[in-house]
Design a binder for this molecule. Structure first.
Ligand SMILES: [Zn+2]
Length: 172
């Protein structure tokens, strides 16, 4: 099965687990070949039908599954035939990484453009303006706020940005 290789990738496992949650993971981790109904999946995997449907819907919302409706000639009931579209996983992951990179770059700007003060007792961090408004006194415990370096944090953000950029094949 073509999806098996994808599912061995721990990054993809983590991505799917974050999408569907632990209850939906048996569904997400066992994409069938071809079309399948939610009832078939529930029976095959020994799961509650609602959990299967919930997982399928999340996959559908994320472009990882599609369905078509078929009316049963005898009963008149609508059946949903699901197809897993895991070929979209790499593209989705790429977009996620791009979003994360953008957020980290914004965070970096924010950290670089602000000065911070810290309460040594509560470890609450304040922006310079806030700290000034508070008279450099912690509103929780009354301790004197201390200027705080965020170099270490910026270093960690930089490192993560570098990793993401190289994973995305961008210049670092
Ligand atoms: Zn405090």
């Amino acid at each position: 099965m073509a999806f098996e290789e994808l599912l061995e990738d721990p990054v993809i496992q983590k991505y799917l687990n974050e999408l569907v949650g632990p209850k939906g993971m048996p569904v997400a981790a066992a994409p069938p070949d071809g079309e399948v109904t939610d009832e078939e999946l529930a029976e095959r995997l020994g799961l509650e039908l609602n959990d299967v449907r919930r997982a399928l819907f999340i996959l559908y919302e994320n472009d990882l599954a599609s369905y078509r409706r078929v009316r049963d000639e005898d009963s008149g009931w609508l059946t949903y035939l699901w197809t897993f579209e895991y070929e979209h996983i790499p593209g989705n992951l790429h977009e996620e990484m791009e979003r994360l990179l953008e957020a980290l770059e914004e965070r970096r700007e924010y950290e670089l453009n602000n000065e911070f003060y810290l309460c040594p007792e509560c470890s609450i961090r304040f922006e310079f303006g806030e700290a000034m408004d508070l008279g450099f006194t912690c509103p929780e415990c009354g301790s004197q706020l201390e200027a705080m370096s965020n170099d270490e944090l910026i270093g960690a953000v930089d490192e993560r940005i570098g990793e993401l950029r190289s994973e995305l094949g961008l210049a670092t």
